[in-house]
Design a protein around this ligand. Structure first.
Ligand code: VG1
Ligand code: CO
Length: 541
């Protein structure tokens, strides 16, 4: 065991989901070690406890796993459970933490950000409930990084990560597990695998694009293996350290191969994709895109068709920028609907307290109380179960949903990699304009409420401020502005746009056309062009 002298490195405050930086930043001497030591210092229970460890397999994953194993041994961790090859999807890590009652977990991922030597890396700590550590813990970790002077590490040899079994690193027990097995068992508890198997056997076809990321092994084992879908149903199913050079982000802008396959004349019945760490999902019908906000609402409305949710839902939750489609379902079901800040960590308390069963975000994230992360493969299996149980197509399910609840027309416009100072100035000016906005008419619509979203956690009473500017109109239209907390270069301004359309005759409209007026108002109100020099967003979802 060695004690290594070190100095604080600036900028190690975790963002929306852990610490994300360029790989080259993580490769700087002591950079990773400082942050990992700060985790051990901020969570004393890890001493003598069990730690779950794994990541999405991106470049630097294996190096980081070896370093963390040696540091865990030197910091007195009793046992580490690692996925074979250093692999665990984010939802699988969450399920393993819960199943083995671990003290916590370290997940190595920069999620949907590109990987490779010039790409991004990330690390985050999850607590014993399996979910992202609450803000007070991430803040404590950060505080430790600002005053760190030493870290502890063993000089044990590297462990072979590619064989399952029980091993030891400097006297600490290490259990290398199959990354898929426990997760696959959990999925079989929740979904009607027989019905889905029959759906495939009847000749229905699917394409699952794992985007050369960590969902590959999960999707292959579960969808092609247990559910009997034909080989080739999962494409890009082998995780690559650089995701083949692509953005492993399941949205229409980045999952272009899948969009093309689902638009073809002989398109499969169902399409799906997931992101770098397999917690996000996109689902598609034949020539039909489903927005994540609608997906959450449909899962909520139809949950009792699925064995794991047959008893109904305790409540639902969505992040503030996510559309109110699920609110309409909750109202009809007579259950509570919570509105939280962006980021999965805010769902943890609600799930732990049994206040909600399903939750989701507009950013292609959906999940339930089965784990404490959003879960891409779970969402896809939920949809497969609905397709099998109803015999309907994706388009039929969505259009029937709109007919029943109205359509919440929704889009997000991202302005990526803009100058950080310009982005801050834009938000400052916008916030300053809020007090005068209510009652004003913009583009013919009267502003009902304009504020900077703050959240009081109903379980632990914690108060989170500055969670996004919202401008809500009397007719229900909403414009939301936030700066991303997951990017690694410059700033990303996210503009979220929503309009409610109850009239069935109008449900077929093209999204951007239907939102055109609101888009103009949104850009003018925030003076996007004058602050950022940008006329158009770089990504539209
Ligand atoms: C984004 C999404 C947010 C999501 C977060 C982590 O954060 O907007 O909804 O929870 O990514 O998802 P931001 O701060 O960039 O808007 V993942 O799959 O990157 O862990
Ligand atoms: Co992710």
């Amino acid at each position: 065991m060695k004690v290594v002298n070190t100095q604080p490195v600036a900028g190690q405050r975790p963002g929306t989901s852990g610490l994300r930086k360029r790989v080259t930043v993580f490769q700087q001497p002591h950079y990773l070690e400082n942050f990992v030591q700060a985790i051990f210092d901020a969570v004393p229970a890890l001493k003598g406890g069990t730690l779950v460890l794994g990541g999405d397999g991106r470049f630097y994953n294996r190096v980081a796993v070896q370093i963390i194993l040696k540091m865990a041994a030197a910091n007195g961790v009793a046992q580490v459970i690692v996925g074979r090859g250093g692999i665990l999807s984010t939802p699988a890590a969450s399920s393993v933490i819960r199943k083995y009652a671990a003290t916590g977990g370290i997940i190595l991922s920069a999620s949907h950000n590109p990987g490779g030597p010039d790409g991004d890396f990330g690390i985050k700590y999850n607590s014993d409930n399996g979910g992202p550590a609450a803000e007070k813990i991430t803040e404590a970790i950060y505080q430790h990084t600002t005053r760190i002077s030493q870290y502890q590490i063993s000089d044990a040899a590297d462990l072979d990560l590619d064989v399952c079994g029980s091993f030891s690193v400097a006297g600490m027990a290490v259990e290398i597990i199959d990354p898929v097995a426990d997760y696959a068992v959990l999925m079989q508890d929740l979904f009607d695998f027989d019905a889905i198997r029959a759906w495939f056997a009847a000749g229905n076809r699917m394409q699952f694009d794992a985007m050369s990321a960590v969902a590959g092994p999960y999707a292959v084992d579960i969808i092609e293996g247990l559910l009997g879908a034909p080989r080739g149903t999962v494409v890009n199913g082998v995780p690559l350290e650089d995701f083949g050079g692509y953005h492993p982000d399941p949205n229409p802008a980045h999952a272009t191969e899948l969009i093309a396959a689902m638009s073809a004349a002989n398109a499969p019945d169902f399409g799906a994709a997931s992101d770098g760490d397999a917690d996000r999902n996109m689902v598609l019908g034949r020539r039909f895109v489903v927005t994540p906000s609608d997906s959450l609402a449909v899962l909520a409305a139809n949950a009792t068709l699925v064995p794991g949710y047959r008893k109904g839902l305790a409540g639902v939750a969505r992040s503030m920028p996510t559309s109110a489609a699920v609110d309409a379902v909750a109202k009809e079901l007579g259950i509570a609907c919570y509105e939280t800040p962006t980021g999965w960590k805010f769902f943890g308390n609600l799930l732990d307290a049994g206040k909600v069963t399903l939750c989701g975000e507009e950013s292609y994230g959906t999940g339930s109380d089965h784990v404490r992360e959003k879960d891409g493969v779970w969402a896809v299996l939920f949809w497969l179960n609905l397709l099998a149980a109803t015999g309907q197509s994706v388009e039929e399910i969505i259009t029937a949903h709109w007919a029943r609840f109205g359509r919440h027309i929704y889009s997000r416009h991202d302005f990526e990699n803009i100058d950080s100072e310009a982005a801050e100035n834009l938000m400052t000016a916008l916030r300053a304009s809020l007090p005068e906005l209510a009652g004003q008419s913009l583009g013919g619509q009267v502003v009902q409420l304009a504020d900077d979203f703050a959240y009081d956690d109903p379980v632990d009473g914690s108060h989170s401020v500055g969670q996004g500017v919202r401008v809500i109109f009397a007719g229900g239209e909403r414009i939301i502005y936030r700066l991303s907390g997951t990017g690694t270069a410059g700033a990303t301004l996210r503009v979220y746009l929503e309009k409610y359309q109850p009239d069935v005759a109008q449900h077929g409209v093209e999204t951007q056309a239907a939102l055109a007026d609101l888009i103009v108002v949104a850009r003018e109100l925030a003076q996007i062009k004058s602050f950022t020099g940008r006329l158009q967003p770089t990504v539209v979802t």
